[in-house]
Design a protein around this ligand. Structure first.
Ligand SMILES: *Cc1c(COP(=O)(O)O)cnc(C)c1O
Length: 430
């Protein structure tokens, strides 16, 4: 009976003057422009590499920017317990406001209020990871049909380009200067600004460079943004992940007259990238962003907000995770940076750059001393083939001729990887 009814409905759908398509006609379902323009630049490069490890040697991947892969960097107990408690309470299983629970936003505001910075909960929007924070910010500020562009760092994290181009917003690169500790080339940055520039993206501390901007340099950048009236998106996902002797300064602590959207999250400093909890802080001392605040609220409604379980745990995570946990992580990363730096200095044709923070180190390779390899991509392929060590080529970050090394792997593997890289370089260098 039911079947019969369905059949009738189906038939009546086509009875209305429309012709039923022949069985032989193929479906033509095309992806949207947004989908077609959404590219993963790391995957595009890595998937085209011929990565056959040496069967005699276990693979060591110094390529993945995920501190959890080897299990050597455990989360703080307080971080774990916070989530268990919320799960057991059962208090955060429903929908939250799309910008996040008020208590959770207050906790982020409190966490980021230091060094003369006062953040209010009304300035905070919670997102699904810092990537999603960046997506909202770029979407809120830049518009495809006005032909707008955003300025992004080179070298830099490729997701800014992925996010912008997917919504039809162009990117233009500004250079970082290796000889000046990867500071922004301010002349080049200014030369890239045009009438269509909607935002400057800053990433401090930097992935992949591991650099940390001084207050002076940050204020020079903000001065330029002010003069040209360009808002800033500050990717501060590595906030506080800086080595002893350096101090992290948030763009907010400069008290400039520039409206800034600060993006951050739990992923790196709390070692839980999979938990997908990020935030945006609207820093706007001059009320230039009234409409942008509304835009961010509207955009947050597209996905009805971020994971409520982690939101619910957020106040306890941010308040209870002890300073000693953060100090231990920094000390480990700094030790690993020193091991890699000392180890790779011994490799012929390689110049490591000692990072000042983050989980990465960049190394310059004198490609002309390795004539056997056609380019940096070929170099990493052969390194894998001969030594089973995998590094991301600088091409992934717009700096061919460099490599990025991830410092979160266990110490013994890092040492082993460095000595294999040395052997490889010393054997192939001419
Ligand atoms: C890891 C990373 C992010 C993304 O963080 P999620 O919270 O995992 O989305 C953003 N920016 C930079 C520079 C990163 O390295």
């Amino acid at each position: 009976m039911l079947e019969h009814q369905i059949k009738n409905i189906e038939l009546s759908l086509f009875a209305n003057g429309t012709e039923r398509k022949g069985e032989e006609e193929a479906w033509k379902v095309q992806p949207s422009d947004s989908a077609k323009n959404c590219r993963n630049f790391i995957r595009e490069i890595v998937d085209n590499l011929d990565l056959e490890p040496n069967p005699e040697k276990p693979v060591i991947a110094l390529s993945i920017g995920d501190p959890t892969v080897y299990g050597n960097l455990p989360q703080a107990d307080e971080t774990i317990k916070a989530v268990v408690k919320i799960l057991e309470e059962g208090s955060c299983n429903g929908y939250a406001p799309s910008v996040g629970y008020e208590d959770s936003r207050r906790a982020v505001a409190e966490y980021l209020s230091h060094d003369g910075v006062e953040v209010d909960k009304k300035d905070v929007v919670l997102c699904s990871g810092c990537s999603s924070s960046l997506e909202l910010c770029i979407t809120a500020l830049a518009c495809a049909n006005k032909k707008q562009n955003i300025l992004i760092p080179r070298p830099g994290f490729p997701i800014y380009r992925t996010l912008a181009e997917s919504i039809g917003v162009a990117v233009k690169y500004y250079n970082l200067l290796p000889e000046k500790d990867w500071e922004v080339d301010l002349y080049h940055l200014e030369s890239q600004i045009d009438q269509y520039t909607a935002a400057i993206v800053l990433n401090n501390p930097s992935n992949p460079c591991g650099s940390v901007f001084s207050r002076k340099h940050l204020s020079d950048i903000l001065e330029l943004a002010y003069r040209r009236r360009i808002p800033v998106i500050a990717d501060e996902i590595y906030e506080q992940l800086v080595f002893p002797g350096k101090k992290f300064a948030s763009t907010a602590s400069l008290h400039s007259q520039v409206p800034i959207l600060i993006c951050g999250g739990l992923a790196k400093r709390f070692l839980v990238p999979g938990w997908r909890l990020g935030w945006i802080v609207v820093h706007d001392e001059i009320n230039a962003f009234q409409n942008i605040r509304k835009a961010l609220v509207s955009l947050s409604q597209r996905t009805i907000g971020s994971n409520t379980l982690i939101q619910g745990a957020l106040p306890a995570i941010l308040r209870n995770t002890p300073q000693s946990f953060h100090d231990d992580l920094i000390n480990t990363l700094r030790k690993h940076a020193e091991i890699a730096f000392e180890g790779l200095k011994q490799a012929k044709g390689m110049s490591p750059y000692m990072p000042e923070g983050t989980m990465y180190m960049v190394v310059e390779v004198q490609m002309n001393r390795f004539p056997k390899f056609t380019n940096g991509l070929d170099f990493v392929q052969k390194l894998m083939e001969e030594e089973s060590v995998f590094l991301l080529p600088g091409d992934c970050f717009q700096i061919p001729g460099f490599m990025r090394i991830v410092l979160t792997v266990p110490e013994n593997l890092l040492k082993e990887a460095c000595s294999r890289i040395c052997e490889f370089c010393n054997r192939n260098y001419v």
